[in-house]
Design a protein around this ligand. Structure first.
Ligand code: 7PJ
Length: 261
């Protein structure tokens, strides 16, 4: 899964068209580099980020979703807003990626009446304040229990298991030790029996481990995502698709070898 952010380009005065076009161009490059899913988002969920209005978010993402889905590409819509989910599915999105795990009023209904897939992510607190003082007794158990409960709620609402992906939400209300415990214990999340999505690309946990700035975390990201793959992750949400694809080429070649001796 390649990350496609549709946020205004502060260096251009071209406004919306330029933003949409550059997002589409970027997404096509990620697809050419080997991304199977393009995750389109118009509202930042980074720690401390400010919310975006419904109108602004739709204005940003819908032309991009439509253009990519219209080319036959698999599009995921990264949003917390039920109205954006519905409009994006109408524009061709095949998956809803929701950091709130469909907890917003109306979100379950927005997905239930469609055949879109959904990624349910764990987050402690809310983006504005989630990194201030995250606390867990047993982070892997608490995240797994939360996801299990959200899966049950989805099933009751008519969203069958075949449509559901789960995600521990690296960096969403987690200190470094929590993120590492989740990565080490990812097998217990995979034990829920649903595909696991892991997203650590460029995140501060990689900065904390390497001392590197956000633009220089590519190698650390590849290592982290391979570690997730080894523990059962099925979808890797990354910015640096080419690097991840090369690593997967090596990884998958080994999977095909029955006897290495
Ligand atoms: C994630 C996400 C993640 C899912 C973001 C960033 C922050 N969606 N959206 N999982 N992270 N499912 O990319 O740094 O980890 S936005």
């Amino acid at each position: 899964m390649g990350v496609v952010n549709v946020t205004p380009d502060s260096f251009s005065d071209g406004g919306f068209c330029l933003d949409a076009r550059s997002a589409i161009d970027h997404a096509l490059k990620l697809h050419a580099a080997g991304a199977d899913i393009l995750d389109v988002g118009g509202e930042s969920t980074r720690p401390g980020a400010q919310p975006v209005t419904l109108e602004e978010e739709q204005h940003r993402v819908l032309p991009v979703v439509e253009a990519l889905a219209g080319r036959g590409l698999v599009v995921s819509i990264d949003t917390q807003k039920p109205a954006v989910m519905q409009a994006a599915i109408g524009a061709g999105a095949a998956m809803v990626n929701d950091v709130l795990a469909l907890r917003a009023p109306g979100a379950l209904e927005a997905v239930a009446g469609t055949d879109a897939a959904v990624c349910l992510m764990h987050m402690q607190g809310e983006p504005r304040s989630m990194q201030q003082a995250p606390v867990y007794a047993d982070v892997v158990r608490e995240v797994r229990d939360f996801l299990q409960e959200r899966v049950a709620v989805c099933e009751l609402a008519g969203i069958g298991r075949a449509r559901i992906v789960v995600d521990p939400g690296f960096g969403f209300g987690k200190a470094l030790a929590h993120n590492l415990a989740l990565l080490a214990g990812l097998g217990r999340i995979a034990g829920l029996g649903l595909p696991v999505l892991a997203g650590m690309s460029r995140k501060s946990m990689l900065g904390a481990l390497t001392g590197r700035d956000v633009q220089q975390r590519e190698f650390a990201g590849v290592a982290a995502h391979l570690a997730a793959l080894a523990r059962g992750a099925r979808i890797l949400r990354v910015h640096d698709v080419s690097a991840m694809r090369d690593a997967l080429a090596v990884w998958n070649a080994l999977e095909d070898v029955r006897d290495g001796t």
